[in-house]
Ligand binder design. Sequence first.
Ligand SMILES: [Cu+2]
Length: 320
Amino acid sequence: MNFYVPSATVDGREIDFLILALSLVSCAVLALVFGLILLYMVRYRAESGVYRGAPGRKTWRFEISWTVATLAVFFALFIWGGDLYVRLFQPPADALQIYVVGKQWMWKVEHQGGQHEINALHIPINRPIQLVMTSEDVIHDFSVPAFRIKHDVLPGRYESIWFEAKTPGTFELFCTQLCGVGHYSMTGEVVVMSQPDFENWLSGGAPAGEREDLAAAGKELFTAHGCSGCHGEGGVGGTPATTGVNAPALAGLLGRSVKLQSGATVTADEKFIRDCILTPDKTPIAGYPQIMPSFSGQISEEKVLRLIAYIKSLKSGSRT
Ligand SMILES: [Cu+2]
């Protein structure tokens, strides 16, 4: 059995150090407390004949110093951990985004270029990678022990983690949330490759001309599901004169603030766009009729990701 998997990411070492420090401090406190218990058990046992008259005098100086010392040590660990946590949850702006969809019982991966893989994730070395993850059904958990990452993957939400691999090779990937009878089989591998090898891998499989990238696949869905029938070709927006209905323009939607009928303003992020597609009745937009049908159950999470990629790719400024 293998109890220690060396860390293969840039931040992995620091996570190891933090856990080591926490374990050492905890062991030291444990040894002190249990050491004193043992010492006094022996020293004050029934027949020892030790003097047990007046109890020792309590000094405030002693009391305050041990309290402050423990507080300082544990608080330092807390600040270290808090700082590391915040950094681990802020992906750098230039991170390579890859989508992951968990499903009973497999991991589906979608690259920006439209490459799909199942139970495998190919990534380039020395480059920040951001995974945007969601689930098609129940709660799963994406865990790569060698990367020191582990994050719940929830239905109806986009969870994100990032890391930068620094060791080439193949690493194990697990689902670490009991997700049904096939849970044990929800494993895979992460392959860390050099940048040229990765580019080779990306362009392998279907010839470049035949493979569509995510946005192009989304464009097809946009027509196939009738989105363009209301939102107009290219998502330019609909009016009674053009598409027969008032529907908002989708170009440049990501990051824009949208006014809801309740009067609240939200910033359109990927999750918001997803909700607009699957449960439009929950996000009524101010100034438009509530006629958009719900696509929940008709469009899978993977297809939603493609539609989002398409909406992202639309040029802004064409809002009517
Ligand atoms: Cu699972």
